[in-house]
Design a protein around this ligand. Structure first.
Ligand code: GUN
Length: 303
């Protein structure tokens, strides 16, 4: 694939800010459009007597998790959803937490359940995720949802990778035949991202912390997705000219500023399109959580 065939600069569905260099992929604007559509669809569903409901569980006092959870609950309210925030101390036992999840599984007003990660070390995250009913697992982390995604028939797509796919679509970046490189192999982002890009026709490389000569892989990528949690680790020299760069990282620097995993200022001189931090992938994660919860509510109607 040539560098330019990978993307068309004029996104028809969303206006792009063009700097001297790369197109800035505006996740805030795209997320707002998606959230408005969810709000309208929710009104229609209300007419059928259904109010989408999301329960969010936060364990412990991690400040970043508290902010994410607050934003998720606020987004539910704006969309017209019913939302419940359950906060528990870091000392909660695993069996108590599983009991709360089972109660939510049985609650007819709740269509989606999200347990904010990470959890305290004494709690088995795998066990917690497996206890969430698969048809309420709007994060898409349950083993049966991961399996459905892998076999090409997803029930829920994990929100961050799903948001990335929506960004590529809105900016007319086609994965078909492209080489996609994902830096970071987590269950939340890297692995499901690989499955979605593969299903969309990309040739996918997944890099991890043991990868030798990371730059060799990133430099061959038409689509580069970075989710490592390491501030500014991807620099311009690691990017193929004309690539689309998606930065999933949100890191807080000692001076309080937010930055991504990609050195934005240098990368935008090489990439043809790039997501900023903040205002890139972050807002899309929340928008897709609403999409998944709405979908779960629709399905409950069919049951
Ligand atoms: N922690 C970081 N990202 C996520 C996410 O998408 N879902 C949940 N539940 N926890 C997270």
């Amino acid at each position: 694939m040539t560098e330019s065939s990978n993307k068309t600069n004029n996104a028809s569905t969303i206006s792009a800010t063009n700097t001297t260099n790369a197109t800035i992929i505006d996740g805030k604007q795209l997320a707002a459009q998606i959230r408005e559509q969810v709000r309208l669809d929710t009104l229609t569903l209300n007419g059928k007597g259904i109010k989408p409901g999301l329960a969010v569980i936060l364990v412990g006092e991690d400040p970043a998790s508290a902010v994410y959870v607050k934003n998720k609950v606020a987004a539910c309210e704006t969309a017209g959803f019913h939302s419940e925030l359950q906060r528990y101390p870091a000392t909660i036992t695993e069996s108590e937490l599983l009991g709360h999840i089972r109660a939510l599984n049985a609650n007819k007003n709740i269509h989606g359940i999200l347990v904010q990660l990470p959890l305290p070390k004494h709690i088995d995250t795998h066990q917690v995720i497996e206890t969430i009913a698969a048809d309420k697992d709007v994060d898409g982390f349950h083993i049966s949802n991961a399996g459905l995604l892998m076999t090409g028939n997803p029930l829920f797509r994990p929100c961050t990778p799903y948001g990335v796919m929506k960004m590529l679509e809105a900016y007319k970046v086609s994965p078909w035949g492209a080489h996609a490189c994902i830096v970071g192999a987590s269950n939340i982002v890297g692995k499901p991202m690989a499955m979605l890009l593969l299903a969309a026709g990309a040739t996918v490389t997944i890099c991890n912390s043991k990868t030798q000569d990371l730059a060799h892989h990133t430099r061959h990528a038409d689509i580069l997705v970075v989710a490592t949690g390491r501030p500014n680790m991807i620099t311009a020299d690691m990017i193929k000219p004309g690539a689309t760069v998606i930065d999933v990282g949100i890191n807080r620097l000692p001076d309080g500023k937010l930055c991504g995993d990609v050195d934005f200022e240098s990368a935008k001189t090489v990439a043809s399109a790039i997501t900023p931090v903040p205002g890139g992938v972050g807002p899309m994660t929340i928008a897709m959580l609403l999409v998944n919860t709405l979908e779960a509510a629709h399905r409950s109607q069919a049951v």
